[in-house]
Design a protein around this ligand. Structure first.
Ligand SMILES: [Zn+2]
Length: 101
């Protein structure tokens, strides 16, 4: 485990498992593996290892094609993306604020 240290005024960033771009953690959706399914965790309360994704169907698609989820979440088998896809469809109107604009 890596201890990440950051100054209080430095935003914490995570890498999107879809497009592989770094983004402010609060702009990314946390995901966890729950059994054989990926569960969106918008409030970041679920236990376990998390992966981060832009809340965008495009990034979901990229991650799925790369099979990035089993790798990011350290699971052996395939993971169902149904509930995640459903969640993203519901928030596709979400305004994503990009830093530096
Ligand atoms: Zn992304």
């Amino acid at each position: 485990m890596r201890a990440e240290q950051h100054a209080p005024d430095t935003p914490v960033t995570r890498t999107c498992v879809g497009c592989k771009e770094r983004a402010v953690k609060s702009s990314l959706l946390r995901l966890v593996a729950a059994g054989d399914a990926i569960q969106p965790d918008p409030s970041a309360r679920l236990p376990g290892r998390g992966a981060y994704l832009h809340p965008s169907p495009a990034c979901l698609d990229l991650a799925r094609r790369r099979r990035a989820f089993p790798r990011a979440l350290r699971t052996a088998g395939p993971l169902s993306l149904d509930s995640l896809a459903e969640y993203l469809c519901g928030v596709s109107d979400l305004e994503i604020v990009l830093p530096g604009q």
